[in-house]
Ligand binder design. Sequence first.
Ligand SMILES: [Zn+2]
Length: 185
Amino acid sequence: MERLTYDKMVAAMLTDDADYDGKFFVCVKTTGIYCVPSCKAKTPMLKNVVFLPSKKEAVAAGFRGCKRCRSEFFPDVHPDWWEKALDLMKSEITRKITEDELAGIASVDISTIRRYFKIYMETTPIAFHRKLRLEHARSLIEKGKDYLTTAYECGFESASGFRDAFIKQYGYTPGKSNGNGKNRL
Ligand SMILES: [Zn+2]
């Protein structure tokens, strides 16, 4: 994957390089506007520019979309590793994965991954993966599988840990969701 550096972002902005559109946003402190790198508006002075990786962050920092490049309608473009990380999470729903594993498959450091998840998923990578496993667990229980087997098959190390996570996610105990109306925990 190509790493975005400050110099590359500056170059992309100065050359109006559309290949970088969506990969970061050019926020201009003096105007309060954020642009895609290829925006044809007058190039701002570097000292007035801050680069942010997503529209969400630009908006959170108080910037507004640009009328010229219509930056607010530009889709976010995720880096190459993003899909790899999501694929790993979606394919490994029967066990817990580690942050090291995630960083390994994505070939980026875990702090970058954590940051992305915070921005785009509003959670941590591990919590996001746990949610996927819980969804899998719920579907198994709805098919009639008992919760204890389900807990282990979805990578939860203990029944109580599974129960707690399930209640937190869905607001009811896993025993109740199998249709027999009984809370067996
Ligand atoms: Zn613009």
